[in-house]
Design a protein around this ligand. Structure first.
Ligand SMILES: [Zn+2]
Length: 344
């Protein structure tokens, strides 16, 4: 089959690789109907050290089950499924707590250990715990939004949950990428009254407004902090969704939280330490977050997607076939595209 293989920074190729097979009796195979390129794929795209073996990329997909191992009980051939970016057994202590990204038998797709989904097909470990089967027939127009439940929408929602967004609160979203935009959707859905997005790209800001953002802050650094304070009576916001992961973004996120507020971090951190220790301490700001347990959130978010109450699929502004994936990486890396959908 054809798959997306990354060999090093800037080096993404489409190659013929061996077809995935059932290895463990708990595996399933899915034929990928839609996958996408993630903002977090851009970190290796910018920094990955060259390897000879390469890495099959992609951790977001929806598809149809082609085959299941002998011990798979819940997932059947022909099921239409959402593949969360992490696989999980669904039975351990952390899965029971709804934190499938910490599953003791789990792991992540698109790593050197487990091949990714920017491909014609993908092997799913622990299929019963991992895959979310959709029993209703879903309309084609919903596919983009269903695809976001494999990562970005669940991740934006996680940021909002960790940031303690509840009805009536003021919220700031740091980052106008697909996750930040989904964070706006999530904050609005959870009843936030004021939603400030920190970003500067015109078409992203326009989408953020459509999604429910009430205020735009295009400044950066201290000027951004100043502007958010102005917009919030001098206090800062109750809830901050940090959707970037760079040092300055995290520092800004902590600095714009009001005393007693909370920051939900979902941007993959690019530094070993968290900045903003002093403002976080003196303002009693709760700082939390991590990889979103999107498997747990599908159940909450799916009805709103199916009913059209939220349309996170609008973050996709470009669609490519597998051959177009290298160009898709380039476009996202150059900020020419918000998020690229792949139809293998
Ligand atoms: Zn588990």
């Amino acid at each position: 089959m054809r798959a997306t293989v990354m060999y090093g920074a800037g080096d993404v190729r489409i190659e013929d690789v061996p077809d995935p097979k059932i290895i463990e009796p708990t595996d399933a195979l899915i034929r990928v109907t839609r996958a996408c390129v993630c903002g977090s794929d851009l970190w290796p795209y910018q920094k990955m050290e060259r390897t000879d073996t390469g890495r099959v990329m992609g951790h977001e997909a929806i598809g149809v089950v082609e085959d299941v191992g002998a011990d798979v009980r819940m997932i059947k051939r022909g099921d239409f499924v959402i593949m969360p970016f992490a696989f999980s057994d669904g039975t351990c202590a952390f899965c029971h707590d709804g934190l499938q990204t910490s599953c003791i038998h789990g792991g992540f797709f698109g790593t050197t250990e487990v091949a990714g989904a920017q491909a014609e097909a993908v092997r799913i470990p622990l299929a019963d715990g991992t895959l979310f089967p959709l029993h209703a027939q879903a309309d084609d127009a919903l596919m983009a939004s269903l695809l976001t439940l494999s990562d970005v929408m669940g991740t934006g929602h996680h940021a909002a949950i960790i940031a303690q967004v509840t009805p009536g609160k003021s919220v700031a979203v740091v980052g106008d990428g697909a996750v930040g935009l989904c964070g706006v959707v999530a904050a609005k859905r959870l009843g936030a009254e004021q939603i400030i997005i920190l970003g500067r790209h015109a078409e992203r800001i326009a989408l953020a407004r459509d999604f429910g953002a009430t205020d735009i802050v295009s400044e950066r650094g201290d000027a951004a902090v100043e502007r958010v304070r102005e917009l919030t009576g001098g206090y800062g916001v109750h809830s901050v969704l940090e959707c970037v992961g760079l040092e300055q973004a995290i520092h800004t996120a902590i600095s714009i939280a009001r005393p007693g507020g909370a920051v939900g971090r979902v941007g993959v951190p690019q530094e070993q330490t968290i900045p903003g220790s002093e403002p976080a301490f003196y303002n009693n700001v709760t700082v939390g977050g991590g990889p979103a347990p999107v498997r747990a959130y599908i159940e909450d978010l799916l009805p709103d997607v199916l009913e059209g109450n939220i349309e996170p699929g609008r973050v996709f502004d470009r669609t490519v076939d597998l051959g177009g994936v290298p160009d898709g990486y380039r476009a996202m890396n150059n900020r020419e595209a918000i998020k690229v959908m792949v139809t293998p």
